[in-house]
Design a protein around this ligand. Structure first.
Ligand code: SF4
Length: 427
């Protein structure tokens, strides 16, 4: 069969898609980027915001419309929360809840009577990752979360914490290396909770990957700024562990953080970042900020702006608060008007862009290794694009006859691009 796979939302959704693609390929199916030519369409949905839900619905409608004869398999947080209503509404052939995601390919083969060919007959030697135009592999190591941040729907959609055994993760990474993958990104719902259900922890996993594989770059996905052990920064002495962390702060006001039921206050966050900058060279920290959380007063808002500025982030993802049915915060009083949310989003993005420009400017005239991932914006005239170890985006000028795709190249960083979103460099 020809199989088309699509994911919305987080890196975990993308990691799951990569696993399903490889499993389907091992059963002799062909992964295709062309949805209209597929016999089977698999969609991994998202429900983190109202906008994500809108996009998930749109993706399902488009899949049904553009290829009515294909079998449609749907999973992910939106599907798990909406369940059977959605299945009826959207003409889905098979809905797999998050709890059964590990077995999606097996369930689909059984429920939809998918024919599988002997592997030797038609197995493709191209890792489906590359077939889908990607260079970095997201590796799922953990799922679920024990915490209950009051705005978060993910913890409700993904359930209790469960960790993949270390040997299984190491095997997968060695397979990816054999396929030519140069960078892996460890992903989970609560990555810091890795091993909470198996008497292990994240440092043990990282050490096992660094000693048990030859992967060139190990990057961590989003990591809550708590549950990190004292000696965490020692791990970065191995330069294969990338000196960048995405630590969601969510708010710079302790009273708002309390209403969010976050396990981290601003003082602790500031100390964590200071320690990292003292112990890890070129350490870059990026973050998520929710603006317009219920009851966020003008004073609390100014506290958030001031604190974010005091930390100085390499990048800030800004999210206008989106009430999610089933979360505590959705029922809190003093919901903030959309106009105020828009104004606060604009101000936080402006601050974020200024801090990003300052961060990038600090690397002009440095030479850093860049994993070249592809054409900027996917356009042939866009030049090549990649990231430094500390996750700075770089546009790389390369003469036309060269194809630097999926190679780690030493790049001289010469300027900040006029759009302020990346550095510009040459080999
Ligand atoms: S720790 Fe993260 S995943 Fe868990 S409830 Fe909070 S925001 Fe959600």
């Amino acid at each position: 069969m020809r199989v088309h796979l699509q994911a919305l939302g987080c890196r975990l959704n993308e990691a799951e898609l990569q696993t399903w693609a490889r499993q389907l390929q091992q059963q002799g199916h062909l992964v295709t980027a062309d949805q209209s030519a597929a016999d089977l369409v698999v969609i991994n949905t998202c429900a983190v915001t109202a906008e994500a839900v809108r996009k998930s619905r749109k993706l399902l409608r488009r899949a049904r419309r553009s290829n009515p004869r294909a079998k449609l398999v749907v999973s992910g947080c939106f599907a798990s929360l909406e369940g059977d209503t959605l299945a009826r509404e959207q003409g889905i052939d098979l809905l797999v809840h998050n709890g059964d995601k590990e077995r999606l390919v097996e369930i689909a083969a059984h429920e939809l009577d998918l024919e599988s060919m002997p592997v030797s007959a038609i197995a493709s030697d191209t890792n489906p990752l590359f077939a889908r135009g990607r260079q970095r592999a997201f590796v799922k190591v953990q799922d679920g979360c024990r915490y209950r941040c009051t705005f978060c729907i993910v913890t409700l959609a993904r359930g209790a914490e469960r960790s993949r055994p270390i040997p299984e993760v190491v095997d997968e990474i060695n397979r990816l290396c054999a396929d030519g993958v140069k960078e892996i990104v460890l992903t989970g719902v609560h990555l810091g909770g890795y091993g909470s259900d198996s008497k292990s922890d994240l440092p043990a996993l990282i050490r096992a990957i660094l000693t048990g594989t030859d992967v060139g770059r190990v990057r961590m996905g989003s990591l809550e700024p708590w549950d990190l052990p004292e000696d965490f920064w020692v791990l970065f002495e191995d330069h294969r562990l990338m000196p960048h962390l995405h630590l969601p702060l969510q708010s710079g006001s302790d009273t708002v953080l309390r209403r969010m039921a976050r396990r981290c206050r601003t003082e602790h966050f500031a100390r964590l970042v200071t320690e990292a900058r003292q112990q890890v060279a070129d350490f870059n920290v990026t973050t998520d900020i929710i603006v317009g959380f219920p009851g966020e007063s003008p004073v609390e808002w100014e506290e958030t702006l001031a604190f974010v500025e005091s930390v100085g982030f390499g990048h800030v993802h800004v999210f206008p608060y989106s009430p999610r049915r089933g979360t505590k915060a959705a029922d809190l009083p003093d919901q903030i008007p959309n106009e105020t949310k828009r104004d606060r989003s604009r101000r936080m993005q402006e601050l974020g862009q200024r801090m990003k420009r300052e961060t990038l400017a600090g690397y002009i005239d440095r030479c850093l290794p860049v994993l070249v991932e592809g054409r900027y914006g996917g356009a042939p005239e866009g030049g090549w694009f990649g990231y430094t170890p500390n996750y700075l985006p770089v546009r790389v000028a390369v003469d036309k006859k060269n194809d630097p795709g999926n190679r780690i190249l030493e790049v001289k960083l010469e300027a900040v691009h006029q759009d302020g979103k990346s550095l510009v460099g040459s080999l």
